[in-house]
Write a protein that binds this ligand. Structure first.
Ligand code: SAM
Length: 286
């Protein structure tokens, strides 16, 4: 009987996602985190950081299309884009589909993630050689504190708000983002699961709402993320995201469409309640 190998991510203390593993392709510790790349039966190759699923070949297009094309098609003419985190390159790949974008900066704290993605996830890291891209290995919070009036869109594609990423969910960081954006600029940040991370989502949304004139939450289904229901918070200085302003639509997209764009902002009552109520309810545990 062949021994089976499984990887489990504890999505809450009482619930896990398990994937059967064909091969461990990489496992190393950098000064920032443990990086692993696993080849799984169900989802193909998968990047795992400190035991948390970051992206898999099977479903990465959903998350990367939704975090990139919603802000890029909300802004009427994005030229300069900043990605914070995002070392796997998936968001950069989606930004590179826009010919009018002239400058892309990727501020990733851990070069080991870029190296791992280049070596084991070429489908995701394929655009990291684009001449418009500059990769800066630095803490995103430090970086934005030194930038002013530079970017049309800033996308925060960070790990969960613990350890090195904790500062990327705080008010000082979002104030730095606001300052680094041009007039008419747009911020999008991944803000975890409305089902399991209600308190974090509520706190983060309120922080962004307190700094930006308008803030919106939108949702997408990401099968390998906790609960499969994922949120993004969009802060905007001027335009509303409800109607895509940009008329350019990249071809070959598999999740994003103008209809999905509009419908992703329609929130189920429990999420509307989350944004409205004083104290977020604890995640369900029966
Ligand atoms: N899509 C994934 C998600 O939603 O969880 C995130 C993918 S990407 C691999 C997350 C990246 O954020 C990691 O490469 C990590 O090194 C980077 N990161 C974490 N904290 C950071 C910080 N303070 N500054 C810059 N990058 C950071």
């Amino acid at each position: 009987m062949e021994m089976e190998l499984w990887f489990t991510e504890k999505q809450t203390p009482a619930l896990g996602l398990s994937l059967k593993v064909k091969e461990t392709l990489l496992r190393r510790r950098t000064e920032f985190q443990e990086i692993a790349v696993l080849d799984t039966v169900q989802c193909g190759r998968m990047l795992v950081l400190d035991g948390m699923v970051q992206t898999t070949i099977a479903d990465e297009y959903i998350y990367h299309e939704m975090i990139a094309h919603v802000p890029l098609r909300t802004h009427p003419d994005p030229r300069s884009v900043l990605v914070i985190g995002g070392g796997d390159g998936g968001v950069v790949r989606e930004i590179c589909r826009y010919p009018q974008v002239e400058k892309i900066k990727l501020v990733e704290i851990d070069a080991g993630v870029v190296e791992a993605s280049r070596q084991f996830l070429p489908e995701i890291s394929s655009a990291l050689e684009d001449p418009r891209l500059e990769i800066i290995y630095q803490d995103g919070r430090e970086y934005v504190s030194s930038r002013n009036n530079e970017f049309d869109v800033i996308i925060v594609d960070s790990t969960e708000p613990v350890a090195i990423a904790e500062g990327l969910f705080g008010t000082p960081f979002y104030q730095g983002v606001f300052k680094a954006l041009r007039e008419g600029g747009i911020l999008v940040a991944q803000t975890e699961s409305p089902f399991y991370n209600g308190t974090l989502l509520q706190t983060t949304f309120r922080r962004i709402h307190s700094i930006f004139p308008q803030a919106f939450l939108y949702l997408a289904s990401v099968p390998t993320y906790p609960s499969g229901l994922w949120s993004f918070t969009l802060g905007t200085k001027i335009v509303s995201p409800m109607e895509p302003a940009g008329d350019y639509l990249p071809t070959g997209l598999r999740y994003y469409s103008p209809e999905i764009h509009r419908s992703s902002f329609i929130l189920p009552p429990f999420v509307q309640e989350l944004l409205r109520c004083e104290e977020a309810p604890e995640p369900p545990a029966f």
